[in-house]
Design a protein around this ligand. Sequence first.
Ligand SMILES: Nc1ncnc2c1ncn2[C@@H]1O[C@H](COP(=O)(O)OP(=O)(O)OP(=O)(O)O)[C@@H](O)[C@H]1O
Ligand SMILES: [Mg+2]
Length: 252
Amino acid sequence: MTRFISIVSGKGGVGKTTTAINLAAALSSCGKEVLVVDGNTGTPDVGLHLGVTKFSTTLHDVLKGSKTLRDAVYIHSSGLKFVPASISLDETKTVDIDNLHQVMLDLYGTTDIVLIDGAAGIGKEALSVIKSSDEAIIVTNPDIPSVTDSLKMTRITRENGIKVYGVIVTRAFDKNDVSPENISVLLDAPILAVIPEDFAVRKALSMKQPVVFSHPEAESSVAYKKLAAEMLGQTYSQKIGKKGFFARLFGM
Ligand SMILES: Nc1ncnc2c1ncn2[C@@H]1O[C@H](COP(=O)(O)OP(=O)(O)OP(=O)(O)O)[C@@H](O)[C@H]1O
Ligand SMILES: [Mg+2]
């Protein structure tokens, strides 16, 4: 059975794409088949995070009906599998994301987990991503504006009959943060992980690699890998992320 999980947020720029990429990389190094779909058709950035901008087939082609999602799967040098969206403004203007749910069915049974990276906010685009999933992960920063917007997102997710799997707090910094406990109470959802503010994430972005691959020992990487192990009911081991990735690299 394929698990479809959307990665969404109320506020933009909180770390959704970073989370989608790194959680996918960590889950696949735990032995699962994982695919990241860039469902942010307006301002897509999965390809940008991975250093690729030109694709012969994108989610936009799939939504227009000329290709299937399976035609649009790419493999990054890290081994990460992903479906990019087009960064062209013209293509964005003409695409209809309403049938995302329909095209996503093509992936059923082909992989263990699909992580769908969503657009920020409570607009049509984000809602289409939520409706294409069975469960949603809400990503928030630990500040009042971000948490307040997450509350809206959480409510809208539930109003659409989609389960809120939990919340990932990213860019956690210091005691001035809203605490994970308070975020959990406010959103009435479990905190899946707290990812610290980590310079290694920025370095990984400039290297166009998932941080769990480029900096496996970094605090953020360990947090993503612990979350992946927990999601799969596995015991976290420091080896997660090393063997899998290198095996994949040599395999390519
Ligand atoms: N734990 C972290 N530590 C430091 N920087 C981080 C961390 N997580 C994310 N960032 C940085 O924050 C910025 C925004 O991250 P990202 O692109 O993942 O957010 P997003 O929610 O996908 O944004 P958008 O809403 O525009 O799609 C990036 O520059 C990223 O490198
Ligand atoms: Mg993003």
